[in-house]
Design a binder for this molecule. Structure first.
Ligand code: PEP
Length: 252
């Protein structure tokens, strides 16, 4: 059964005490929602995972890292491996965010390795894909998204693929205040679901959660989430205030 998910991506924001406070607020706010219609996840910096996990204990909110290394262990100073992330009790890793692809040169091949390591460590993956403004204008965006998904995910068998959540995040909409219209987002989500159906069959495609990310906020979430192939959101800026994040969680 396909799940609705609203996941926050805090990026490189909050100190540990600030993050603990925000996690408490999110946990308490979500606990008040009588008829919760989605899973709620907070994606936090590596430094925050253990402390935030303690805060979330006994509540409904799940925990994600924002990345993991492309090696399992060893002499990779400063890196954090998937087994390390899993050992904090985290449930998910966000992989392939456009900021990681863009600023840290993460390639399709590298992300394939990260996906494998994350799944092997028992994490679920929120896998981001999406086109730049130039790619959208050139009309190449279907090809870009197809390459990203096929190249990093389609080596998985159907059982492994069941642990993948896809987040469509048009780069031109991330942190810009410019949101894809619900129709623009739905067009891509339906395209992604068709790709999955062609590879894994209709049932797997129907069961896969596909999130929208890019300036999603309480004022536009309901319209986006009403579309048949949009199963929730990956939320950047609006996940840093518990009230805004809750406004999106309750938009279904
Ligand atoms: C993101 O970075 O994943 C994101 C969607 O950011 P924002 O909501 O701030 O556009």
């Amino acid at each position: 059964m396909r799940k609705n998910i609203v996941a926050g991506n805090w990026k490189m924001n909050t100190t540990v005490p600030e993050g603990v406070q925000l996690a408490k607020e999110v946990k308490d706010a979500v606990a008040q929602v009588a008829d919760l219609k989605c899973d709620v996840v907070v994606g936090v910096p590596f430094t925050h995972l253990t402390a935030v996990k303690s805060v979330l204990e006994g509540g409904k909110v799940l925990l994600s890292a924002e990345n993991c290394a492309d090696h399992e262990k060893g002499a990779y100073t400063g890196e954090v491996s998937a087994p390390m992330v899993a050992s904090t009790g985290a449930d998910y890793a966000i992989l392939g965010h456009s900021e990681r692809r863009g600023y840290y040169n993460e390639t399709i091949e590298m992300l394939k390795t990260k996906v494998d390591l994350a799944l092997a460590a028992g994490l679920k993956v929120i896998f981001c894909c999406g086109e730049s403004l130039d790619e959208r204008k050139s009309g190449m965006y279907f090809e870009i998204i197809k390459e990203e998904i096929m190249g990093s995910l389609f080596h998985l068998d159907a059982d492994a693929f069941a642990n993948i959540v896809i987040a469509y995040e048009p780069i031109w909409a991330i942190g810009t205040g410019e949101t894809a219209t619900a129709d623009q987002a739905e067009e891509i989500h339906a395209f992604i679901r068709k790709l999955i159906a062609d590879k894994y069959g209709a049932q797997v495609a129907d069961d896969t959660t596909i999130l929208y990310g890019g300036s999603c906020k309480p004022s536009n979430a309901a319209e986006l989430f009403a579309k048949p192939d949009i199963d929730g959101g990956l939320i950047g800026g609006a996940s840093l205030k518990a009230a805004d994040f809750l406004g999106i969680v309750t938009a279904f």
